[in-house]
Design a protein around this ligand. Sequence first.
Ligand SMILES: Nc1nc2c(ncn2[C@@H]2O[C@H](COP(=O)(O)OP(=O)(O)OP(=O)(O)O)[C@@H](O)[C@H]2O)c(=O)[nH]1
Ligand SMILES: [Mg+2]
Length: 678
Amino acid sequence: MNSQPITIHTHVYRGENRLRVALVGQHNSGKSTIFHAVASTSYRTGKLAGTQKPYAECPVQIGVDEVHLVDLPDINSLRNLTGADLEALKYLLWGDARPLVSRHERDKPPAPFSRPDIIVHVIDASVLQRSLELTLELAELGLPIVVALNMMDEAHRKGVEIEIDALSEKLGVPVIPTVALKGHGLTELFDQVLRSARARSCPLPQPPNPHIMEWASIMQKRVDIPEIQDAFAMPKNQLTMHLLESDTYFMSELASHFPEAVADVEALQQEAAQVLPRSLPEEIEADRHHRAVRLFEQVASLVHKPEVTWEEKLDMLFLHPRWGLVGSMAVFAAVLFMVFEVSTALDAMSAARLADMVSGWQPDTLSGVVGRAVVDGLIGLVGIVVPYMLPLVLMLVALEESGIMHRIAFVVDRFFHAIGLHGKVAVPFLLGLGCNVPGIAATKGLTSGRDRVVASLLITFVPCSARSAIVLALGAKYLGATGVFLLFVLSLLVIAILGRLLSHRYPEISPGLIQEIPSYAWPEWRPLMHSTWNRTSDILTIVTPLLVGGSVVLALLQFFGADVWINTALAPITLWALGLPAVLGVPILFGVLRKELSLVMVYQALGTFEVGLVMDWIQITTFLVFLLFYIPCISTFAVMLKVIGRKEAIFSILLSIGVALITALIVRLSLTGIESMI
Ligand SMILES: Nc1nc2c(ncn2[C@@H]2O[C@H](COP(=O)(O)OP(=O)(O)OP(=O)(O)O)[C@@H](O)[C@H]2O)c(=O)[nH]1
Ligand SMILES: [Mg+2]
């Protein structure tokens, strides 16, 4: 029988025992890109004690293990540091612990968490030589290191070829090639991080030349005093090298805590200066530079520049630091075209035509009314499926399968992070401009847990085409272009503020996951159609009964003359809070079926098309603001049930009513205030 070896890890990194990993590297090497590729949206940021450069931290799930990942500010060298760089070094040495030498510093410890268990040294492979000096210094820290040889695409483009194995062997450190921008190699990187941490394998020592070694061993003897070593709590060799190089911080700490030892150390530095052609710090720096150059020459070579492939050209548009937005903007424009042109045309051809056909049917019997309500519900369904669900979901699936969605997500991530969301929901948000239903449905495939809930809740505040139509119809006529513009700006503002607030409601730091950007692929028709239909029908099973049922209930209410009760029941909102005519209660309630019907119902309720005759501009604005934000519609509620569950769906209704009321009230009061002033 064939038996497979089973690896049993003696140590699983989880919870309190999660592995602490620090991303260390020079400016622009890609640390933050790696961090954002694997972090969740709810990562934390902070500043190292008394400095201005922020770090970021987040737990990340890797299989059964969990790591606590810290993205540090850039660092060029470990020598002679001041300010933020020195604090970063102190974090690497001591974390939140306070060895004797730093106990007198009154600021907080450099970091609110322990020192890392392992370092991921992020290197820009396209300028490898520059980074290797730092690698040599990091090797002294006594921590396991994994090198992320990042920007391999750039290196490839410049024709720099690196022998990964040779580099890894010479450093005694695993080297993993990555293209952080696309998430390539990140799975291997973090797998290796776990392996190296378990093996506790430290880098090979990288001693300076024998010449310097002699001075180092003398220095080591002079400070090899248990009290000094305890006070600095760092690897002996590293302390020795810092003192040999007359590092300001370490020398001053030595002077203030062990004044008797300083004379010895300084005497040695001066002795060396007399013997050597250059000062000791200069000698050591030159030696390190020399070793880095030699290492570089041994492992790297310049080859003929390869041809740029079409994938690389496309990625210039999607992922390039400067041009990357161009591709995303083009896709957004295409999505908006679909939403505003194609969907509108399809709507006119399908649902609108059907609605026209039955408009003459005005039954006055109970069964007739129910029949008409069922037909209305079904037409409403057609109005969601044909113009919105099918084309927009098809577009979404195509964007996902082609690999474009991942690239857009990467580029716009930063903007969306500001409101606590992942860049992946950018396209669903745009779909929401057409109809919230496919927008919310899309979050199901793209996000999970907290991110999905927050994205869905926020998408309900994106003005869908039905709502925009009312704002455009009434707003353009009575408030002018500026008024309409300001109403949409208000939507954006409300979404941004709610995003921040909701991030507080769901603060749990969900661990990030490693995400790779897939290669480009032409979507295949059959799977595309299949997936589109699956997702649409999935939603229809829950939207249909609610839409038809809701339509019947409202028709019956109207049939039995409940209008007056409804208007009376809603008077606290319409009349008292918002100062609107009470007859608007019915259109507001019935609007949950299909918002665009609200407009017709408003005309009916007020008995005129000239809304301006019965309502002043403040009332019209208040009404539009309320309409813009309150419960979107029954279909949206249905899709929420499916995507985020009953509890959150009900919360969403309460939230939208609350936000609609509060915003409308604020707008009403401010406008009244402004009017009385002028
Ligand atoms: N071509 C290419 N660009 C990358 C890659 N990784 C990151 N970049 C880009 O390089 C730039 C710098 O990346 P960051 O992640 O901000 O670098 P950093 O190390 O955090 O920089 P500092 O925080 O300033 O130290 C960004 O514009 C990234 O989009 C990669 O693998 N390939
Ligand atoms: Mg950064």
